[in-house]
Design a protein around this ligand. Structure first.
Ligand SMILES: Nc1ncnc2c1ncn2[C@@H]1O[C@H](COP(=O)(O)OP(=O)(O)OP(=O)(O)O)[C@@H](O)[C@H]1O
Ligand SMILES: [Mg+2]
Length: 1005
C-alpha cells in the first residue's frame, strides 16, 4: 500500500526506499535522482513526478509550492541528506494543475511512470519504472483539463519579428529601439516610426479545438489584435529574451500577457507543418502566407509540439485572418464598450456578451465570443446569418425543437480534438455518437421544414425575373439558408461511425466501471481522510476533493454492511468482471466471450463435482491476489481436517487418493479454509487467459474506433461548426423575440439610420428598477443629416449612453443579430473606434491626459470613411481652453480628413461655437457642412424639481446642470451654495475664466 505523503506529511512511498533504492549507496535514492534530472532538464517548469498513486514535488520545489498548494512538506531522510517533498493523490491532478497553471501561470512538467524492461531495470539500479516527462502543461496548451473555460477559446500565440534572428548577437545593451523605449507609447501611433509600422507575423491556435490562425500585422496594431484574440500565452523567439528593451516587450507586459521564450525550431516551412494538420493546406491559400506568418507558425508549432512531448496532434489547416472580412474593434473600444466584460470590475455580467448570449452549447458560446470580437463586414455573410435568424423567428416550433437537440449534443470540437491527440475514452465515444445522432435529427428537422425544391427554385426564378435580374446568388433566399446548412453537414460516414460505436460500447458496462472507479477513488479518499484525521489539521481535510466525504462514507458503508463481494478486490477476483465492449463488437470478442461463457459453465460443473467428491457443500471456487485460484470452504466443512476431507472423497478410487495428495491447506481460520485444487487451477488459468485476451481485444477495438474518429476528423469538425452556427441563430431568434429586436437592413452605404434605438444593457437595467428607456434616433450620414453629430447637454442626461448604444447596435448588426431599435438601416462599418472615459497609466509614464491623447491620436490616424467613431468628452483632462481647442481640432479632423460617421459628446460649448464660426454645420452646406448639433436637456418645474429629458433634440445646450448632479450625489449643501454663488457672479461679470474675479464678486475672497 502507498503511504500518503501529501496532506499527511507521512513517510515517502515505501517502495522508493525499498525496491528501487538498492543500488544508490551514498547518493539520493534513484527516484529522487530521476526527479532531480528532470528538474534540471525542464528548469522553467514545476515538476510533478508520479510515484505509485501519487504525484510528488521534490527539493526546493516542494518547499516553494507545497505551502502554495496547501500541502505539507515532509523531510525525507536519505543517505545523501534530507530531501523536501510534498505530494497529492493522482486523482487530484486536475485540481493542483488548475492552481499551478491557471492561477499561478506556471509551466508544469508531468513525469509519468513507464515500466522498465529487464535491461533498463539493471541500468537504473533495479527501478521498476522510468519516469519521463510525458507532457508540459502551460496556460496556453491545455487540451481537455476540466478547469478549462468551456465558453472561450484557449489560444497560445506566437509572434515573429523579422530581423530579430539576425540581431541575435547584438546583445542586451544594443537592443533595437532601446533609445526610444522610453517614448514607445508615441511610436505606437506613429506611422513613420520604423519599428511600429514594420510588418510582423502572428500565429495562434487552440489545442483543445484544433483551430489555427495566422495574421500579418504591425507592432502598432498588435494591442488591438491581442485584445481581439485574447491569447492565454504568448511565445516569442528566445533571442528576444536578451532584448529586454525591445518595444514589443513593453507592449506585451503592458497588458500583462504571459510570455514564454522558445527556440524557433525547424518547422520553418509550410510543408513541414503537414504531419500536424488534419488536411493539406489548399495550394491557393498556401501561396498567400507571408514569410512572417510562416515563421510565427513554425515557432508556434515547434513550441506546442515540444509541450506535448511526442503526443501526436491534428490541427485544422491554418486560416489567414486577412482573408476573413471582419470589423476592427480596437483595444480601447473593446474595453470601453464593455463587449465582453465591464470596465469597472472586469466582470462578465453587464457586458454585451452577457446581455445577448442565449446559446445552449459550449461550442456555440465560444463562436459567439469570437463573432463579437470580430463582427463581419461581408454583406453576404451578415445577410445569411440574418436569414437563418428570421427562419427561426417565423418558425418557433422548429427553433425549439432544434434547441432541444442542440442541448443533447456534446462539445464536439473539443471531443474530436481529444481523439486527435490520442486521448479520449469510451465515454467520449458515446458522447460523440450521441452528438452525431443529434446532428442527424437536426438535419431531418431542417429538411422537413424545407419547402419542396421545385417550389424554391421556381420562386427564386420568378422573383429574379420580376426584378429584371439574373437569379441572385449573393443574397440567399430564405429557403436557401436552411438547405445551405443542411448541405454543409455530412453524415454518411459519421453515422456509420456512430453505429459502430453504439454496437461496440457497452453502456451498462461503462456505468458499472464508473461505479467501481468511484468506489476506488472513495477508498483512496477514505484512506486519506483517516490519515488526515489522525495526523493532519482541519485544513488538510478541506483539501480533499468535493464529495469526498460522501464517497468515503459510501465505501465505508459497503465494506461493513454489504456483502464482501462489493469491495473492488473481490469484484475483480470474481466472475462478474466489467466489460466496456459488447461481445458483438468484433468476431474475436464474440468468440472470446463464448469461450468465457463456456469456461464459466465448466466452473459451475467443477464446483458441483468437487462439492460431491470432497463432500463439502459449502465449497466455492475463488481467486485472490495472494493465493491465486483456491477452493474455499466454510462452516463444518472448514472444521474438518484436509485429511478427513480427502478420506471422504477418496474412499473408493485410487485416482481420488492421488488427488487428495495434491491438497494443501493454504490458510484456515475457525470458520473457513482455503486450498488449491489442480483442476480449478487449470481452469482458472484458462479463464484468466480468456479475460486477458478480451481486455486486449477491447483495447484493439477501441483503438480502431479511435482511428475511425480521426479519419472522420474533418467532417466531424465541419458538422460541429454548423451546429455552433445553428446554436447562435436559434439563440438570436429567441433573443429577438424576447426583447423585441428588429432585423436591420445592411448595405454598403456610409449611412447609419437607427430609429427608436435603445441601449442593449442599460435598458434592461432600467427595466429592473421599473423605469423605461427613452428611445432615440441616430441618423448620421443619412440623407438630410450630418455625418457627425455634436451632442451637448446636462450631466446625467444620456449623452454617453446614446453614443455607446449606437456603437453597440452597429456591432450587433454586423454579427448577424437583430438590434434594439424600431427600425435600422446600416451601412457596413469597417471599424469602430471609441474614446470614452478616462484612465491613467502612471506606471507607464502616461498621465490621464496623455492616455486620452494617445487614444485620440490612434483614432484620427486610423479611422476611414467607412468607420464609425464615438468620442466622449475629449479634452476634459486639461484646462477648458486647451481642452476645447483639442476637442475642436479632433472634430475638425474627423470631419475633414477621416470623413467617417461619428458621434461627439462634449461639455465645451466653445466647440459648438467654433463649429458655427467655421461654417461646418449642416445648414451651412457644402462638404464642410457635415456637423449637426443635438442635445439632451433637463425639465424643471416651478417647485425646483426637475427631470432629465433623455430625448435628443436639435440644438446646443449650454447648461450642464452640474450642481443638480452634485446635490444628488450628496455634496455638502454649504459647498453647493458656494458653487452657486461662483456661478451666478461669473455669469454676472461675464467673466471668461478669471476665477479670482469670480470669487471676489461672489464675496468669497
Ligand atoms: N435614453 C435614456 N432613457 C432613460 N434613461 C437614460 C437614457 N439615457 C441615459 N439614461 C440614464 O441616465 C444615466 C446617465 O446617462 P449618461 O451617463 O449617458 O449621461 P451623460 O449625459 O453622459 O452624463 P455626463 O455628462 O455626466 O457624462 C444612465 O446611467 C441611465 O440610467
Ligand atoms: Mg457622459
Amino acid at each position: 500500500m502507498v503511504v500518503l505523503s501529501g496532506p499527511a506529511a507521512a513517510a515517502p512511498p515505501p517502495h522508493v526506499l525499498q525496491d528501487e533504492d538498492a543500488a544508490a549507496a551514498p547518493a539520493y535514492p534513484t527516484v529522487v535522482l530521476q526527479a532531480r534530472g528532470n528538474m534540471q532538464k525542464f528548469d522553467n517548469c514545476v515538476l510533478l513526478t508520479r510515484v505509485g498513486g501519487f504525484y510528488e514535488l521534490y527539493f526546493e520545489q516542494a518547499d516553494e509550492y507545497g505551502p502554495l498548494l496547501n500541502l505539507k512538506v515532509a523531510q525525507k531522510k536519505t543517505n545523501a541528506g534530507a530531501v523536501s517533498m510534498a505530494g497529492f493523490p493522482f486523482f487530484q491532478l486536475d485540481r493542483f494543475l488548475k492552481i499551478l497553471v491557471q492561477d499561478l501561470n506556471r509551466h508544469v512538467a508531468i513525469a509519468e511512470e513507464f515500466p522498465n524492461d529487464a535491461s533498463e531495470k539493471v541500468k537504473s539500479g533495479g527501478l521498476l519504472h522510468d519516469r519521463k516527462v510525458a507532457r508540459i502543461v502551460t496556460p496556453g496548451t491545455l487540451i481537455d483539463e476540466n478547469f478549462m473555460d468551456p465558453y472561450a477559446n484557449n489560444y497560445v500565440m506566437a509572434i515573429h519579428l523579422p530581423g530579430v534572428e539576425l540581431s541575435n548577437d547584438a546583445g542586451a545593451g544594443a537592443a533595437p529601439g532601446s533609445q526610444k523605449a522610453h517614448h514607445h507609447e508615441l511610436d505606437d501611433v506613429h506611422p513613420d516610426g520604423d519599428e511600429s509600422s514594420a510588418q510582423i507575423g502572428l500565429a495562434w491556435l487552440d489545442l483543445s479545438t484544433g483551430y489555427f490562425y495566422t495574421q500579418p500585422t504591425t507592432l502598432s496594431a498588435l494591442p488591438s489584435v491581442l485584445s481581439r484574440v485574447a491569447p492565454r500565452e504568448i511565445v516569442l523567439d528566445e533571442v528576444l529574451e536578451s532584448h529586454r528593451n525591445h518595444e514589443i516587450l513593453s507592449i506585451l507586459t503592458d497588458e500583462k500577457h504571459l510570455l514564454t521564450y522558445s527556440p524557433p525550431g525547424e518547422l520553418l516551412q509550410l510543408s513541414h507543418w503537414e504531419p500536424m494538420l488534419e488536411a493539406e493546406i489548399p495550394p491557393a491559400t498556401a501561396g498567400s502566407f507571408t514569410d512572417n506568418e510562416v515563421k510565427a507558425g513554425g515557432l508556434l508549432l515547434h513550441y506546442v509540439k515540444d509541450r506535448l512531448r511526442g503526443l501526436s496532434m491534428k490541427l485544422q489547416p491554418p486560416v489567414r485572418h486577412e482573408s476573413m472580412q471582419v470589423m476592427n474593434i480596437d483595444k480601447n473600444s473593446m474595453r470601453s464598450l464593455e463587449i465582453k466584460q465591464t470596465i469597472r470590475d472586469n466582470v462578465f455580467r453587464g457586458s454585451l456578451l452577457h446581455a445577448v448570449r442565449r446559446t445552449v452549447t459550449k461550442g456555440g458560446a465560444r463562436l459567439l465570443n469570437e463573432w463579437l470580437s470580430s463582427p463581419s463586414t461581408s454583406l453576404e455573410v451578415i445577410n445569411f446569418r440574418q436569414e437563418l435568424v428570421a427562419r427561426f423567428i417565423q418558425n418557433p416550433d422548429l427553433r425549439d425543437a432544434i434547441i432541444v437537440l442542440l442541448r443533447r449534443s456534446h462539445d464536439c470540437q473539443r471531443l474530436v480534438q481529444r481523439f486527435a491527440l490520442n486521448r479520449g475514452d469510451p465515454d467520449d465515444l458515446l458522447r460523440l455518437a450521441s452528438t452525431i445522432r443529434a446532428s442527424n435529427d437536426i438535419v431531418a428537422l431542417l429538411s422537413s421544414s424545407l419547402p419542396s425544391p421545385s417550389k424554391t427554385k421556381a420562386k427564386a426564378k420568378a422573383k429574379a425575373k420580376a426584378n429584371g435580374e439574373a437569379p441572385a446568388s449573393t443574397i440567399p433566399s430564405e429557403e436557401d439558408c436552411l438547405s445551405t446548412m443542411i448541405n454543409r453537414i455530412s453524415l454518411k460516414q459519421p453515422l456509420k461511425l456512430a453505429q459502430r460505436i453504439q454496437d461496440a460500447i457497452d453502456e451498462e458496462g461503462l456505468v458499472h466501471q464508473h461505479e467501481l472507479e468511484d468506489s476506488q477513488a472513495g477508498e483512496m479518499i477514505a484512506l486519506a481522510q483517516s490519515v488526515v484525521k489522525t495526523e493532519g489539521t482541519e485544513d488538510d481535510g478541506l483539501l480533499l476533493p468535493k464529495g469526498a466525504t460522501a464517497k468515503a462514507a459510501a465505501v465505508a458503508g459497503t465494506s461493513t454492511t454489504k456483502r464482501k463481494s462489493a469491495s473492488i478486490r473481490d469484484y475483480y477476483g470474481e466472475d462478474n468482471e466489467v466489460w466496456i465492449m459488447k461481445p458483438g463488437a468484433s468476431p474475436d470478442l464474440t468468440r472470446l466471450h463464448s469461450e468465457l461463457a463456456h469456461h464459466f459453465q465448466e466452473k459451475v460443473q467443477l464446483t458441483e463435482t468437487l462439492r460431491a467428491r470432497l463432500n463439502a457443500a459449502s465449497l466455492t471456487l475463488k481467486w485472490t491476489p495472494g493465493l491465486g485460484h483456491i477452493c474455499h470452504v466454510k462452516g463444518k466443512d472448514a472444521r474438518r481436517s484436509p485429511e478427513e476431507t480427502n478420506d471422504a472423497a477418496a474412499a473408493t478410487t485410487e485416482a481420488a487418493a492421488a488427488e487428495a495428495m495434491a491438497f494443501k491447506t493454504l490458510s484456515s481460520s475457525r470458520t473457513t479454509r482455503a486450498f488449491h485444487h489442480p483442476e480449478w487451477t487449470i481452469l482458472g488459468e484458462r479463464l484468466d487467459k480468456v479475460r486477458f485476451q478480451i481486455r486486449a481485444e477491447e483495447q484493439r477495438v477501441f483503438a480502431a474506433l479511435r482511428e475511425q474518429v480521426v479519419r472522420n476528423l474533418v467532417k466531424l469538425r465541419r458538422n460541429a461548426s454548423v451546429l455552433d452556427e445553428l446554436d447562435i441563430a436559434t439563440s438570436f431568434a429567441r433573443l429577438a423575440v424576447e426583447q423585441g429586436l428588429t432585423r436591420p437592413t445592411l448595405n454598403n452605404t456610409q449611412q447609419t439610420v437607427i430609429v427608436g434605438g435603445r441601449h442593449p444593457t442599460v435598458e434592461g437595467g432600467l427595466a429592473e428598477q421599473g423605469r423605461t428607456f427613452q428611445r432615440n434616433d441616430c441618423l448620421v450620414g443619412a440623407p438630410g443629416h450630418g455625418r457627425l453629430w455634436l451632442i451637448t447637454g446636462p450631466n446625467m442626461a444620456g449623452k454617453s449612453t446614446f453614443l455607446r448604444q449606437n456603437a453597440l447596435t452597429t456591432i450587433l448588426a454586423q454579427i448577424g443579430c437583430y438590434v434594439p431599435a424600431d427600425y435600422a438601416e446600416l451601412g457596413i462599418v469597417d471599424a469602430i473606434f471609441s474614446r470614452v472615459g478616462s484612465a491613467d497609466n502612471l506606471y507607464h509614464d502616461q498621465s490621464t491626459f496623455m492616455v486620452e491623447m494617445l487614444e485620440t491620436a490612434a483614432i484620427l490616424r486610423q479611422a476611414t470613411q467607412r468607420s464609425f467613431v464615438i468620442m466622449d468628452e475629449i479634452g476634459r483632462g486639461t484646462t477648458p481652453e486647451d481642452g476645447a481647442a483639442v476637442a475642436f481640432a479632433s472634430l475638425h479632423h474627423l470631419v475633414h480628413v477621416n470623413k467617417c460617421r461619428g458621434l461627439f459628446a462634449t461639455h465645451f460649448h466653445a466647440v459648438a461655437d467654433l463649429v458655427s464660426e467655421q461654417r461646418m454645420r449642416l445648414e451651412d452646406g457644402g462638404a464642410a457642412g457635415a456637423v449637426e448639433m443635438y442635445c439632451t436637456d433637463v425639465e424643471e418645474d416651478e417647485h425646483g424639481g426637475f427631470v432629465y429629458v433623455h430625448k435628443l433634440r436639435k440644438g446646443t445646450n449650454r447648461k450642464s446642470h452640474a450642481l443638480k448632479v452634485a446635490r444628488l450625489a450628496g455634496l455638502p449643501e454649504s459647498a453647493i451654495r458656494i458653487a452657486q454663488q461662483v456661478l451666478e457672479s461669473s455669469e454676472g461679470v461675464e467673466s471668461r475664466g478669471s476665477g479670482q474675479q469670480a470669487l471676489e464678486s461672489a464675496g468669497i475672497v
